[in-house]
Ligand binder design. Structure first.
Ligand code: NAG
Ligand code: NAG
Ligand code: NAG
Ligand code: NAG
Ligand code: NAG
Ligand code: NAG
Ligand code: NAG
Length: 493
């Protein structure tokens, strides 16, 4: 057990906190799916509440759905305020046929307004503009102002960074896919946040996107992904003492081949807590085959300014106390594939990267399943499924590579069906991202468990091209989420 966890346990009784479950389906306080992708966080000047803005995506409308907004006191419980920027039919820049991506909101002391900036485009990405809208209240509605070329240039993925030392804001934008535009700009805003002023730095040797900057007392770290569309890759970071550079060489922020835990960077946030400073990586786990099933992945980052390193840390579930800045991983009980009952053609295959050297493979349709017996507490509980899915995206970070399995079809995920206690009426869908060979990643879903022994049966669901489930290494059953007052109880098991 880590020191941090030990320290956290003793504090748990008094902490008021909620669990964050990266990559899971999140629901708002009305019970609707949390739908705000490639977003950004802002704080209300009056109430101090957090507001998250993001792209509203559905299966029917993956683009042009407008910008949704949610508010929260704890970054885990979210109330929907509908659309902050609503598409207007026939509008030149914010019609339902436009690209309205990567919104960021920041308040200007100068004109006392909230300013929203985003990547504004047509549906062919041929304009590459930055859109601007303003509102008097943080939740909007935001009124469209303009869409511009930043200092005469192109602008694709949009990021916004505000320096806590002097309150100055900067735009970050990749310039476009054209050969002459393969760079990322860092450009200062004016005080009103209505226009860009001056290029502070240009990363001109790299073709990166989805930029965000996180600031420590000493450093700036700029995180960016490679350009592989909605397919995840190895996000890199650069470090500098000064925004104008010199910036370090890029380095990876997560274990190699995990493709940054199947995510793309886009936003980050510094919690200046009363007890510790915590840095959050706020990323997207895209689902190329069904963009409406894309998820938010928020994870803590470990930053060492002495060494100049930054690491994104994976946890299936973590507790976060936004007041103190403390966070700690939630622990659960592990159940391994070697102890599961396998039916039909499912079998245990040697795999030296898996637990006990074996992984359950051949999970297919309704008849070839892995069935686990687990202990429940009589409540809805999170279970994370540790899987390997080697449909494979080609070579390394090359997006267009062919799968190297005979007759393989390049796919970004499989879908498994999870049936609890033989309740066929209530089939849970588990999306399992493509991983590299030998890389095991996890996804959590919440299911109802009985008090006592339960069966968790995993089969393959029709995922649009096959009924294969991913290979399974183990599952982890987490204790019930603590009620409002009992935060931290879940750690003891
Ligand atoms: C616009 O982009 C081009 C290509 O990256 C670059 O050479 C030029 O300096 C940029 N101009 C400004 C004003 O940023
Ligand atoms: C950062 O660099 C700029 C340009 O060289 C300089 O004007 C500024 O003083 C530097 N800031 C700090 C904090 O060193
Ligand atoms: C962080 O919070 C402390 C109070 O908890 C405050 O004194 C300090 O100025 C804050 N620092 C920044 C950079 O916001
Ligand atoms: C699995 O069973 C369900 C009904 O329980 C059925 O709708 C579905 O088509 C079956 N899937 C396969 C792949 O046979
Ligand atoms: C496997 O099946 C046997 C026989 O039905 C049963 O006794 C055992 O509890 C099952 N174990 C699991 C992990 O499902
Ligand atoms: C690949 O697909 C073709 C056409 O469906 C089939 O004839 C062939 O047997 C498949 N090969 C393998 C190795 O599965
Ligand atoms: C769960 O089951 C145990 C033992 O079977 C029992 O002692 C306990 O009271 C039960 N808890 C609930 C919440 O029903």
């Amino acid at each position: 057990m880590s020191l941090r966890l030990l320290a956290a346990l003793s504090l748990a009784a008094t902490a008021s906190c909620k669990w964050i479950v990266p990559g899971a389906r999140w629901y708002d306080t009305d019970g609707n799916l949390f739908n705000a992708h490639a977003g950004g966080l802002a704080v209300d000047r009056d109430s101090g509440k957090y507001f998250w803005f993001g792209e509203h995506k559905t299966e029917e409308q993956p683009e042009g759905g407008g910008i949704s907004v949610y508010s929260s006191d704890d970054l885990a419980t979210w109330e929907s305020h509908g659309l902050a920027l609503e598409p207007i039919e026939g509008h030149e820049m914010i019609s339902p046929h436009n690209v309205i991506q990567r919104p960021k909101v920041q308040y200007s002391d100068e004109d006392k307004k909230y300013h929203m900036w985003w990547h504004a485009d047509d549906d062919k990405y041929s304009l590459l503009l930055q859109g601007h809208a303003t509102a008097d209240n943080i939740e909007g509605p935001y009124i469209y102002d303009k869409a511009v070329k930043p200092l005469g240039n192109w602008s694709q993925d949009f990021g916004l960074f505000t320096d806590f030392k002097d309150g100055r804001s900067y735009a970050l934008y990749s310039n476009g896919d054209r050969v002459e535009g393969r760079d990322v700009y860092l450009t200062s805003f004016n005080d009103e946040l209505t226009d860009l002023e001056e290029v502070v730095f240009r990363w001109d040797k790299f073709d990166l996107e989805a930029p965000t900057i996180i600031q420590t007392d000493r450093s700036y770290y700029a995180l960016m992904s490679h350009k592989t569309g909605y397919r995840p890759n190895n996000v890199v970071a650069f470090r500098a003492d000064n925004l104008s550079g010199p910036w370090s060489q890029p380095f990876m922020v997560a274990p190699a081949y995990t493709r940054t835990f199947s995510t793309q960077s886009g936003f980050s946030w510094r919690i200046n807590g009363t007890k510790q400073t915590t840095f959050l990586y706020m990323a997207d786990q895209w689902d190329l085959n069904s963009l409406g099933e894309s998820r938010n992945v928020w994870l803590p980052m470990d930053i060492n300014d002495q060494e100049g390193t930054l690491e994104v840390l994976w946890h299936d579930i973590f507790d976060l106390n936004v007041k103190t800045g403390e966070w700690w991983p939630v622990e659960g009980t592990e159940y391994y594939a070697i102890d599961a009952n396998l039916t039909g053609d499912a079998w245990l295959q040697e795999a030296n990267f898996a637990s006990f050297n074996r992984i359950a493979t051949g999970i297919y349709g309704n008849d070839s399943r892995a069935i686990f017996e687990v202990q429940g507490a009589g409540e809805d509980q999170w279970i994370s499924f540790y899987h390997q899915n080697i449909d494979d995206m080609g070579f390394g970070d090359q997006p267009m590579g062919q799968p190297d399995r005979i007759n393989g079809t390049w796919q970004i995920r499989r879908v498994s069906s999870v049936v609890v206690n033989d309740d066929e009426e209530d089939v849970h869908t588990l999306y399992q991202k493509d991983t590299h060979k030998g890389i095991i990643l996890s996804t959590a879903i919440k299911v109802p468990l009985k008090n006592g022994t339960n069966t968790i049966s995993v089969g393959g669901l029709d995922n649009g091209f096959d009924v294969k489930g991913a290979d399974l290494d183990k599952i982890i059953v987490y204790p019930p989420e603590p009620k409002e007052t009992g935060c931290g109880a879940g750690h003891r098991h």
